[in-house]
Design a protein around this ligand. Structure first.
Ligand code: FAD
Length: 397
């Protein structure tokens, strides 16, 4: 395994590309800029430490079972890139295919999951619809009555659904990008953008001005703050999202189970912890404080599905912030300010998008042309009434 500690560099007065934010999206873009497009005078500026945002706080689910043609194509590309990422970056990521069950406990959700399976198959994504008996066969640990509250009627089953180590994704991209000459600076905060005549010339930071041929904002839940510096208003609202893990337990759950009716999803990590995620907090905030009401309600729903979990103790609970768009799809590409691009709107679904977004964003920054797979997610889709509705695909609302 290659060396993973980040080297220390002197900040230069200018770079070809300045990337704000050392999360998965910023680091992946830097890596692909250098590897695929030969752009190596690239710097990633991270105000805290890499992976300290949503990238290091998410619940690590990888899947391609979306509902609209635009998003299925996009996430399929990302899913395929993830499949070989450990080899590409020469970094162990503990990727583990589990099979993902998306449960239906109501007639509307049954219809939704049937549609999902058909739409996925049309675009070459492996998802099948299962009746209740087949769901029980695939995951016998499930209480099919959900605590006698909402019986499970069926599910969309996505056999390739997987989990992967999230911090390894951040560190794998960072280490590989560094080997190609990219600079990564932690503890450098962007405090302003220098814009003249609708063109971005660089960034103001706590370490002074840095000139840039192009600037990319990849700051997750903080994107409206950076956009504000360019006087751009985005249709994004930031919400907290919480999750928790139990103490380690023997290997007992080899599937990922999600339920849109119960607003919950559960998997078991390589360490044996049961990992539970659920809906976003209903209010807008940048707070990353965890709450007891979330924990109590989420734990009770988890126990309805898996009664054995009632015996487990909770080990850890945490919170991240999510940049939510009105249609639950990403918001990426060019802006009204020349040479200022955004990679945002990753909400509660952006971890699985990192490789595709990174390579497409690198192509945009290197060529100035919007790649076709990225085009549907442009900011002006809201002006032209071309939203890409994917709310039904987020397990978190
Ligand atoms: C609890 C939880 C569970 C989730 N589960 C999943 C899941 O299972 N699957 C999935 O696909 N997605 C999931 N997500 C969503 C996913 O984590 C995010 O969409 C994704 O990580 C966003 O990555 P990013 O690189 O855009 O942002 P981040 O990883 O948040 O990185 C942004 C970085 O920018 C830095 N920054 C901010 N402002 C500045 C500044 N002014 N100057 C310099 N640096 C700055 C921050 O410090 C941060 O490190 C989940 C999120 C949470 C919170």
């Amino acid at each position: 395994m290659p060396k993973v500690h980040l080297r220390s560099h002197t900040l230069e007065p200018s770079y070809d590309v300045v990337i704000i934010g050392g999360g998965g999206h910023g680091l992946a873009t830097a890596y692909y800029l250098a590897k695929e497009f030969g752009v190596r005078r690239v710097v990633v500026l991270e105000r805290a430490y890499i992976g300290s945002g949503g990238t290091g706080r998410n619940t690590t689910v990888l899947r391609a079972n979306y509902k609209t043609p635009e998003t299925i194509r996009f996430y399929k590309k990302s899913f395929d890139l993830y499949a070989t990422l450990a080899q590409d970056l020469d970094y162990n990521m503990l990727r583990s295919e589990r099979g993902l069950l998306w449960l239906a406990h109501s007639e509307p959700q049954l219809r939704n999951q049937r549609e999902r399976a058909l739409q996925n198959q049309h675009f070459g994504v492996n998802t099948v619809f299962l009746g209740a008996e087949q769901v029980h066969e695939v995951c016998p640990q499930l209480d099919m009555t959900a605590g006698s509250k909402r019986p499970i009627l069926g599910a969309a089953y996505h056999p390739p659904g997987a989990i992967i180590r999230h911090d390894a994704v951040a560190w794998g991209y960072a280490a590989a990008a560094e080997r190609l000459g990219v600079q990564i600076h932690q503890g450098v905060e962007v405090t302003g953008l220098r814009i003249e005549g609708a063109r971005c010339l660089g960034v103001e930071t706590n370490r002074g001005f840095i000139g840039a041929g192009a600037v990319l904002s990849a700051v997750g839940g903080y994107v409206t703050q950076i956009a504000e510096m360019a006087r751009i208003r985005l249709p994004i609202v930031t919400h907290p999202l919480q999750a928790f893990v139990t103490e380690a337990y023997k290997p007992v759950l080899d599937r990922i189970v999600a339920s849109a009716d119960l607003h919950i999803y559960i998997s078991q990590s390589a360490r044996g912890e049961l990992l539970v995620g659920a809906e976003i907090d209903p209010y807008s905030s940048y707070a990353t404080r965890s709450t007891f009401p979330f924990l109590a309600s989420c734990a009770s729903r988890a126990i309805d599905l898996f009664p054995f979990m009632a015996r487990l103790r909770i080990l850890r609970q945490w919170t991240g912030v999510c940049d939510m768009t009105p249609d639950y799809s990403p918001l990426m590409g060019l802006t009204a300010v020349d040479r200022f691009c955004i990679s945002s709107g990753w909400g509660t679904w952006g971890f699985k998008a990192i490789p595709a977004s990174g390579i497409l964003m690198a192509e945009l920054l290197a060529s100035g042309k919007v790649p076709p797979l990225m085009a549907p997610f442009a900011l002006d889709r809201f002006r032209w009434d071309r939203a890409v509705p994917e709310r039904a695909s987020a397990g978190t609302h």
